[in-house]
Design a binder for this molecule. Sequence first.
Ligand code: DX5
Ligand code: ZN
Length: 219
Amino acid sequence: MNKLIAPSILAADFGNLQRDIEMVNNSEADWFHIDIMDGVFVPNISFGMPVLKAISAHAKKTVDVHLMIVDPDRYIQTFADLGANVLTVHYEACTHLHRTVQAIKAAGMKAGVALNPHTPIAVLEDIIADLDLVCIMSVNPGFGGQSFIENTYKKVSQLKHLIEFSESNAQIEIDGGVTDQNANALIEAGADVLVAGSFVFKSNNPPETIKNLKQIINS
Ligand code: DX5
Ligand code: ZN
């Protein structure tokens, strides 16, 4: 199956947001990855509803929203209305994860769950069959531009086994520190979607960087 690249808009130039969105539209990228941070679940605040609304208005590809916020249940319908196609909540932020996942689906979106680097794959055993996506954090969430945590490979293989064993359709997404150096190994381990922020937007030629990543992961 075609493996996907999701540029993270967190690393875009917010003074030229429409330009950067059009760059992604016209590139070989598959999804827009949108990081929402509340300054409580993670030690950083990114952007909120008005900015997401502006992004959605121009985005011509799947809008993949990664919520790094406490109590995400409060905003599920709002994110659906703002144009999210995939909505990912953090396992660590949801007391009633099953209910949250059902609510995301009932609002017409694909449901994702993200795991912090220290959270074991095993916690997903009883929810995996209901998930459309699992996001394995390969950095501690909160900031772009951090170094990839090597333990991620082991988690990807474990998750791949769990998905196969459970006959789940969940896609495996990797978020944080993705570059041309680890992309191939992540796909080999079982990943389906690679989020890339700094590596794409801080490069000299972002569309070319996306093209190269796509080539690496689909060859
Ligand atoms: C981190 C975010 C990531 C981030 C990735 O909390 O969830 O999506 O934007 O950025 P890079 O690719 O620069 O690590
Ligand atoms: Zn993210």
